[in-house]
Ligand binder design. Structure first.
Ligand SMILES: Nc1ncnc2c1ncn2[C@@H]1O[C@H](COP(=O)(O)OP(=O)(O)OP(=O)(O)O)[C@@H](O)[C@H]1O
Ligand SMILES: [Mg+2]
Length: 241
């Protein structure tokens, strides 16, 4: 059974002057449970828009999006929000941590919306997740005192604390240097493998894309498979470094 199935999905926006901007066109994508998919593409090609559609933060204007083989079109906002919270975790390029709140508080924040077991156990669950991403010594540290790689590991812990079935990562290493980014990807992959989480990673970095099971390119809103040949330079660079 596929988790995500996009069939001819498009996203248009109507501009203030009445013109129509076609951001995504005819996107077909089927993702099976536990797969790791990477999407690369130039700035403005529609990558974040695609990820927002998959994560139910936005709706297609054409085509059909099936989540667990069920259509998502026509669902109420309330039902969509509930499904989003129960299914997806999000990681962003700019970590988006709450300043002035400890690492534990940041990771615990999604548990406010969980079951009563999650709510009552939130600090314990958050501490356990921070320990798993290697930050057991920094539980009470404020994000502004952490390095970029550490902040992204806090954000990872927060995105996974409710054990989402699908993790959507938008440029998760975009704000990090190559080595730190690679270390963050190691942690991310280990966690999703243990949990069998489906992972979609958006990246500019072909070395990050090379880690996925399957790769796609977005070009002006059109999605197509990325040829393995496109990765050769990136993987050669990795092994050389
Ligand atoms: N709501 C909107 N209204 C108007 N234009 C939009 C809207 N959302 C996205 N766009 C435009 O659609 C295009 C694709 O945006 P998107 O954010 O998906 O690109 P991206 O591939 O993620 O780029 P980047 O790599 O810079 O993050 C951009 O030109 C953007 O300005
Ligand atoms: Mg983007």
């Amino acid at each position: 059974m596929s988790v995500i199935s996009l069939d001819g999905v498009g996203r248009d926006v109507v501009l203030p002057d009445g013109g129509v901007l076609r951001i995504l066109t005819g996107v077909d994508l089927v993702v099976e449970a536990g797969e790791h998919i990477a999407v690369v593409g130039r700035s403005g090609s529609g990558k974040s828009t695609l990820l927002n559609l998959v994560g139910l933060l936005d709706r297609p204007t054409a085509g059909e999006y099936l989540l667990d083989d069920r259509p998502t079109t026509g669902m109420s906002g309330r039902r969509t929000a509930k499904l989003r919270g129960a299914t997806f975790g999000f990681v962003f390029q700019q970590f988006n941590l709450l300043p002035g709140r400890s690492a534990t508080d940041n990771v615990a924040s999604p548990l406010f919306y969980g079951s009563s077991r999650e709510f009552l156990g939130r600090r314990r669950i958050a501490r356990a997740m921070l320990t798993r991403v290697g930050l057991g010594e920094r539980l009470d540290t404020m994000p502004e005192k952490l390095s970029g790689g550490e902040q992204q590991r806090v954000a990872l812990a927060r995105s996974l604390v409710r054990r989402p079935r699908v993790l959507l990562a938008d440029e998760p290493t975009g704000a990090l240097d190559v080595d730190t980014g690679s270390a963050v990807m190691d942690v991310l992959e280990e966690l999703v493998r243990e949990e069998g989480t489906t992972l979609i990673t958006i990246t500019h970095d072909l070395a990050v894309a090379a880690r996925a099971d399957r790769r796609f390119r977005l070009d002006h809103g059109v999605l197509s498979p990325l040829a393995d040949a496109a990765l050769q330079g990136a993987t050669a660079d990795r092994s050389a470094s």
